[in-house]
Design a protein around this ligand. Structure first.
Ligand SMILES: [Mg+2]
Length: 230
């Protein structure tokens, strides 16, 4: 396996109507006694731990207070997602071209992984619901670290350990936000921005993304990018 292709989840592979927004609210209430929602900030591209801190700070909590209970907060979120059928009742759309692309990359024996701010169990619940989880052999998740660039590095480290992957300018990160592009750049991988989120081509261009696509629909072009032909 001489390539590693890493994907963000939300608005890169899938789009959820609610996602794990209710899980945050539930955990804020139960762990911090705060009635709030993540909709008070722009959380696009942030890791779950960053979201927790930012939302609660806006509600007047100190960083120390937030961090002292952050593990419990994540635990409650996962529990809520696992037992409350939140995802069963949610609408999840697989974005255009995604199924075909993953199938094709798999055929070429390309190692695929996830880099997502989602906590690992929540990422799993979402992708299992749409039957995509089995494609991803490694990952860096919001439960691993607060900083997105570290999630990229963790995913690569796991690919090295599990599959003897050798990193040599051959890692690609797909994502829909400037924060994805920034994390990829910081981790030293090639970045591919997709405009299936809330950000435009121009906004992603300003982040020095190596490539920008409107969607993951053009499988041939993506293969060319990964194979270094363009
Ligand atoms: Mg995203």
């Amino acid at each position: 396996m001489d390539k590693l292709v890493l994907f963000d989840i939300d608005r890169t592979l899938i789009k959820c109507l609610k996602g794990h927004i209710p899980a945050f609210s539930e955990a804020f209430k139960r762990v911090y006694n705060v009635d709030t929602t993540i909709n008070i900030i722009n959380s696009h591209g942030m890791t779950d731990q960053e979201i927790i801190i930012k939302v609660l700070k806006k509600n007047g909590l100190s960083e120390d207070e937030i961090k002292s209970k952050i593990d419990k907060c994540m635990e409650v979120m996962v529990e809520f997602m696992s037992f409350n059928k939140t995802i069963d009742n949610d609408e999840i759309a697989v974005l255009e071209g995604v199924r075909e692309l993953l199938k094709e990359l798999d055929k070429y024996n390309i190692l695929m992984g996830l880099v997502t701010g989602n906590l690992e169990p929540i990422a799993k619940i979402k992708l299992k619901k749409v039957n995509l989880y089995h494609y991803f052999k490694v990952g860096g998740f919001g439960s691993d670290d607060i900083k997105r660039a570290n999630l990229v590095k963790i995913a690569i480290k796991r690919a090295k350990e599990k599959f003897s992957f050798k990193q040599n300018n051959n890692v690609f990160l797909f994502g829909d936000t400037p924060l994805d592009m920034k994390a990829g750049k910081e981790a030293g991988v090639k970045t591919v921005g997709v405009t299936t989120g809330i950000y435009s081509k121009e906004q992603l261009k300003n982040t020095d993304a190596n490539f920008i696509l409107e969607s993951l629909k053009d499988t041939n072009k993506i293969l060319e990018i990964i194979q270094g032909k363009i």
